[in-house]
Design a protein around this ligand. Structure first.
Ligand SMILES: C[S@@+](CC[C@H](N)C(=O)[O-])C[C@H]1O[C@@H](n2cnc3c(N)ncnc32)[C@H](O)[C@@H]1O
Length: 244
């Protein structure tokens, strides 16, 4: 996959137009999807959804996460994934095809922002379309994941890494949690809840290079997430945010 610019975007689009996004045979991803679903379910009351709510599922792929009540607009660069979705709109997170202040809730999960070279712009776009009292659920992959320990990427605000993700190695950007926090706060979002996934698995993967084996350690997430020194080092982080 090329390193950036339009050719990168085209390659991401081509990949996601072709693949099954959450193959059930992939234990690592199955855990991530289960965790995302769990967080959405837990935080749903805070989204204050009503029948006339407008929900943007940014970088939706073909997964609508059953957010109801409300009208869900699924938006993705991979246009073929939108076929059959009731309200699918092809579009780039860096330039959302939606009006300012037109959305009550934005869901952006499944490492969508890790494909974006300009995170401030993507967060700026989300902030533009979300109403003043709106909500955001944002999930991303962290540069403090143990996978990057002892590499120049570890703990960087933004770093482009080559990592295995759905069938092949690819280039994505990973972010320091504090960097994402600062951008969200600067865009007018307050983070009101947080969770992490894959704490020990990334370290195992770092040395063993076997994702399937490393995924077995996800079963310890529930306990490890309470250990202060390990808490910041999950591979995936999710925030619930509300406008201030
Ligand atoms: C791992 S999939 C997650 C899909 C979905 N959010 C889910 O949780 O099932 C990442 C998605 O991000 C989309 N994506 C990547 N870069 C994007 C961009 N700049 N604008 C919109 N979507 C993008 C991809 O096409 C892909 O569908």
């Amino acid at each position: 996959m090329p390193l950036g610019g339009d050719s990168y975007l085209r390659a991401v689009r081509a990949k996601y137009n072709e693949i099954e996004i959450w193959p059930s045979s992939d234990r690592w991803l199955a855990h991530v999807q289960h965790w995302i679903r769990g967080c959405i379910a837990e935080w749903k009351p805070d989204l204050r959804l009503k029948p006339d709510s407008r929900i943007l599922n940014a970088g939706s792929g073909d997964e609508s996460y059953n957010l109801a009540p409300g009208l869900v607009v699924d938006c993705d660069i991979a246009d073929r994934k939108l076929v059959g979705l009731p309200c699918g709109v092809a579009g780039d997170l860096a330039n959302l095809p939606l009006k300012t202040g037109s959305v009550d809730v934005c869901l952006c999960v499944g490492s969508v922002v890790n494909y974006v070279s300009d995170l401030p712009r993507a967060i700026g776009e989300i902030a533009r379309v979300v109403k003043d009292d709106g909500r955001l659920i944002l999930e991303f992959e962290s540069s403090r994941s143990a996978e990057y320990m002892f590499t120049p990427h570890f703990g960087r605000d933004v770093s482009q890494v080559r990592t295995y993700y759905i069938y092949e190695d690819e280039n994505i950007w990973v972010y320091h949690e504090d960097h994402v926090r600062h951008l969200l706060e600067a865009a007018g979002f307050k983070i009101v809840a947080r969770s992490g996934a894959h704490f020990i698995g990334p370290l195992v993967y770092r040395f063993k290079r076997n994702l399937h084996y490393a995924a077995r350690f996800a079963r310890f997430d529930k306990w490890v997430s309470w250990i202060p020194h390990l808490k910041p080092h999950s591979a995936n982080i999710i925030f619930l945010c509300q406008r201030r």
